[in-house]
Design a protein around this ligand. Structure first.
Ligand SMILES: [Zn+2]
Length: 282
């Protein structure tokens, strides 16, 4: 059976939430001091270290309008130019957005996903800056003792008081493919260890599937494993108990752009045991 066949259609409730988010007030947290990117790509070039890989942008020939120039396909230079258009267009479409965001943030969603360039969470949700607080790493792995993800979760849940925690895996994940192989990958090996442990625990199932379905299945199992880690954090359990924080598992199909929500309902017994083991107090 294909692992995707066990996925449920993404709930309408999340889509409705997205609609609500657009109308929410953003003014809560204190404002952050940010250094804006220069509006002129050449100005950006002039600030780049001579040791940066970006120094090729400083070549004057790259700044001439020439469709055959390497600069015409350089995404960094293109992005700096596109940013000006995007900022102006967004300000026209949503006149209150940037002034409100300048005062602080109040996102409703914490998104934990893969670093993969094909998985831009705010874009795929059709939301705006300020809507999604984000943590991404290779293969969206949650190590129980990882300080980075733990700090993000603590801040988002306890201080920003997000209403949804989303853990999203995706099809065609390179980290998952690596964990299904046996090639040495240096520092990536300890990082991918939890994925290999999931592989070990589900070896018979994964070996019974064609390669593409096994990869798909490990993506799903990895998300389920991560959901368990999230729900073992006392700050999350407290928010679930006291204010109805929701924790969701999603799979993103990079080939279609569509999100599917995993059915991750816990039994009463599981919830009771989890609260007994992981809920702590001041
Ligand atoms: Zn990935």
């Amino acid at each position: 059976m294909s692992s995707m066949s066990r996925l449920l259609p993404r709930r309408e409730s999340l889509a409705r939430t997205a609609g609500v988010i657009r109308n929410t007030s953003y003014a809560r947290a204190s404002s952050a001091r940010l250094i804006p990117l220069p509006t002129n790509p050449q100005a950006a070039t002039n600030r780049i270290s001579p040791f940066s890989t970006s120094t090729r942008l400083s070549c004057s020939s790259h700044n001439k309008p020439n469709n055959n120039s390497p600069a015409s396909t350089d995404k960094y230079a293109a992005g700096l130019n596109l940013n000006k258009n995007w900022a102006a267009q967004t300000a026209r479409d949503h006149p209150d957005l940037f002034p409100t965001l300048a005062k602080g943030q109040s996102p409703q969603i914490l998104w934990i996903g893969c670093s993969d360039s094909r998985c831009p969470e705010t874009t795929m949700l059709g939301l705006q800056p300020g809507d999604v607080f984000v943590h991404r790493n290779i293969a969206n792995i949650l190590h129980p003792g990882d300080l980075s993800s733990a700090a993000v979760i603590e801040f988002a849940v306890h201080h920003l008081r997000v209403q949804h925690v989303v853990l999203c895996g995706h099809t065609s994940c390179g980290g998952v493919a690596a964990a299904l192989g046996n090639k040495q990958l240096g520092v990536l090996d300890p990082w991918l260890l939890p994925l290999r442990q999931v592989r070990e625990r589900n070896l018979d199932l994964l070996q019974s599937l064609p390669a593409d379905e096994a990869a798909q299945k490990l993506v799903e199992l990895n998300v389920r494993e991560g959901l368990t880690v999230i729900k073992q954090k006392s700050v999350v359990l407290t928010a679930m108990q006291e204010r109805g924080l929701q924790v969701h598992g999603l799979i993103y199909d990079v080939g279609s752009g569509v999100l599917s929500e995993l059915d991750s309902q816990d039994t009463d017994e599981t919830i009771k045991a989890r609260l007994a083991a992981f809920m702590t107090e001041n």
